[in-house]
Every structure is written in structure tokens, then in C-alpha cells.
Design a protein around this ligand. Sequence first.
Ligand code: AFP
Length: 299
Amino acid sequence: MNLKEYLNSVECETGLLSIILDLARASEGIYDAVSTNEAGKKLTSENASGETQMALDVRSNNIITDILEVNENVSVVGSEELEDLPVFRDSGYAVVYDPLDGSSLLDVNLAVGTIVGIYEGVGILGRTGDDQVAALIFVYGPRLTAMLTVRKGTHEFTFIDGEWILTRENIKLDKEKKMYAPGNLRAVSSNLKYRDLINYWLDNQYTLRYSGGMVPDINQILLKGCGVFTYPGYDVAPNGKLRLVFECAPMALLIEQAGGKASDGSIRLLDKPIGEIHQRTTIFIGKTEEVDIALDYLG
Ligand code: AFP
């Protein structure tokens, strides 16, 4: 079954279906771009979060925005790379994305990805991630793959011979293997509860799987059916580094649709109000039992 056949089989609304197919097409362009010699090229410009942009950050953002702008079903787009939310129409779907997450890994040829959240309507502010009608990640690794949910489970598609093929259906986080992806380890210097949690994982012989790219790290948890990804805050950055809208909320929907759990350390991540489009959040996400252990230490 290919992507369009899957979306038709779950009676995906035609406007949303067209957006998802456009995003898949955009990811093909980004995948091609990632392999160019621009990979590690830095620009002098900064994104809305004050981070120096890579040439591919901007190119990836433009690839997606150019495709979505002409889709009449897209009301507004929001990007980690853009300060504001360009409004195209007064109806349709709001599409928010991190066009190239993990761009600092490009110059060392590690896997990177795109993260997308889709909402009905125009506005994002004041809503929560639970209002998303779909979420996707595209993984630019040895293969071009995608994880998709339209709130009917989480499924993997692989780009094979010019077509997106369903390769893993109804992914579930139900395996016993102990695996952890501990982000922001520098936080143990001041966040002693995090230090205790790291020691728990070490004492219990958990397998370390952390690449520095949230997309491949979460993709691995989904495909292995186990594990936990954490990115806590600490004295210097109490809200951590990751963005609620562009990174964590889409990941939370994908993981919950696979039977997992996502928290900011206090509340369900999908219940967290979106107060500012570029707001950051702490995140503890993965197999429910593993997230609960992490919250027991960090709560
Ligand atoms: P870059 O996009 O700057 O490479 O950051 C990647 C990221 O946003 C996310 O993909 C990783 O999980 C996280 O940052 C890694 O953060 P640390 O470098 O602090 O481990």
C-alpha cells in the first residue's frame, strides 16, 4: 500500500491528504539537498530563536514553504526558521514545521530530519498540541523514511523507487528492551534529580542510544518499540532547548498514537498551552513505563 492509498483507506479529508502528499514531495527535495556540498555551510543569518542558520536550514524551509504556499488547503505556515506565521488564506490547515532538525549534524554526515504538525483552522496560539489533526517526521538517513499519524495509529512509510510505501503499520511501544536517549547531560551539574535518573539507567544496564538529532532518536524509539528520550531543563535554561510547537508537540502525537507517553515533567505535553510560537519546553517521551520511571525521579 502506498501513502495515498493508506490515506484514502482511513478516509483522510481531501485537503489534509493533499497537504501530506505535498510534504512528502518536499521531503524528497530536502533529501536531495542534504546530499549537496552545502551540507555544513553556515550563514551569517539567525533564526527566530537566535541560532545561526545553516545554508540547508534556509533551503529546506524554502522548499517546504514554496510547495505549501500554492496549496489552497493551507491557511498558514509556521517554521522554526521564520519569526512570524505567514498567513496565506483565512481557512484550511495550519502547518508548522522544523524544516531541518539536527542541522548541526550535517557536517559530520549524521541523520537529520523534518518535523511537522498540522492543525485545522488558522490560529495556533492559545491551542494545545492535542489540537493537531496530523503529525509527521521525515528521516534523512541511509533511506528516506517517514513516520505519520492522522490520529489513527503511527505508521512508517519508505520512499522506494519513486513511491512512498507503507513499511511498518500500527507501531506500538511494547517491547521490553531497556534503551535511553538522555539529552542535555550538561544539566546533571545543577539538576541533581537528573543525575539520579542517569545513575538509575547506568545501574540497570540500559543501552545508550543518543545521536544529537531528535528525529532519528525518536524514530529509533518508534521502530525498536521501546526506550525513552529526555531533554530536561537546568539552571541556565529551565525550559530546556526544544520547541513546543515545531518539535515536541508533533513528536508527542506520534508517540502517543504508538501507545507511548510524552510529558514536560509536570503535565501531558499535548495538554501544554501554546503561549508563544517559539516557546521552548522540557520533554520526557517514549514507552509509557520508561517515561513514568523518569518522572518518578524528576517529578
Ligand atoms: P540542532 O538543530 O541545532 O542540531 O539541534 C538539534 C536539536 O534541536 C534536537 O534535534 C536534538 O535532540 C537536540 O537539539 C540536541 O541538543 P544537544 O546538542 O543539547 O544535545
